[in-house]
Design a protein around this ligand. Structure first.
Ligand code: IPE
Ligand code: IPE
Ligand code: MG
Length: 230
């Protein structure tokens, strides 16, 4: 039995990083400034998650529905992503972090796809922790692809579908955090969320700090996960 003074630590946390636009608006800044500040938060939180001992952190960076935004904003987001990968890959690699991309990222610009593939390949052998970035990710699309792959192999079972999800091989999802006060999943990890705990905070993503992550993990530690049992 786990001693009560050692709360169960989450293994895999996913974050819906929302509120960059509202953060900028509050400051009378262009939305780009919010996204730029959001990248700084990604850096701090990825580092903190690693230091707190999480095995996996999954970040929702661009959804399959985010293409609906103005072309200029989409292009700003892609530019920030490119810069982030180029600037931070050394740190991830040096800290034994394995980078993973989930979502149909092959639909991004070819030079970005190449950069991402190289970064993933470079860190593939790292064993410390996993940072999964969701790009052009949509859970419904993920499930259709997984179901098609399972059907092609002649085995449409829970295990077979799970094995074809983008998150295959990652620890089970423990906790989903969403910032900015919205209380919905917005097509994120719908299958994986089956028994994940949900945590919503009004903090806008650029204002989210390692302290806020700690608070979420602390609350998680006190949740009673029954999985349908007693
Ligand atoms: C989250 O912030 C970042 C992405 C979805 C890429 P938003 O851009 O959605 O910010 P709000 O929701 O407009 O405040
Ligand atoms: C979800 O945020 C997607 C990401 C954080 C990348 P959105 O801002 O796109 O979600 P909705 O539109 O409010 O549901
Ligand atoms: Mg939003």
């Amino acid at each position: 039995m786990t001693p009560p003074d050692i709360p169960p630590l989450a293994r895999h946390v996913a974050i819906i990083m929302d509120g960059n636009g509202r953060w900028a608006k509050k400051r009378l800044l262009p939305r780009f400034a919010g996204h730029k500040a959001g990248v700084e938060t990604v850096r701090k939180i990825a580092r903190a998650a690693r230091e707190m001992g999480l095995e996996a952190l999954t970040l929702y960076a661009f959804s399959s529905e985010n293409w609906k935004r103005p072309a200029e904003e989409v292009s700003d987001l892609m530019g920030l992503l490119k810069h982030f990968i180029q600037a931070d890959i050394d740190e991830f690699d040096a800290n034994n972090v394995r980078l993973k991309i989930i979502g149909h990222y092959q639909a991004l610009a070819p030079e970005l796809v190449k950069l991402l593939d190289e970064a993933v390949a470079r860190t593939a052998g790292n064993t410390g922790s996993t940072l999964a970035v969701a790009l052009n990710y949509g859970a419904q699309d993920e499930l259709v692809r997984a179901a098609q792959a399972a059907a092609a192999a002649g085995d449409i079972s829970t295990e077979a579908i799970e094995a074809h999800l983008y998150t295959a091989g990652m620890p089970p999802l423990d906790l989903i955090i969403r910032t900015s006060g919205e209380q919905r999943l917005s097509n994120f990890l719908l299958w994986q969320a089956a028994y994940a705990e949900l945590y919503f905070t009004d903090i806008l993503w650029p204002d989210f700090t390692p302290k806020h992550l700690e608070k979420a993990l602390e609350e998680f530690a006190h949740r009673n996960r029954r999985y349908g049992g007693l």
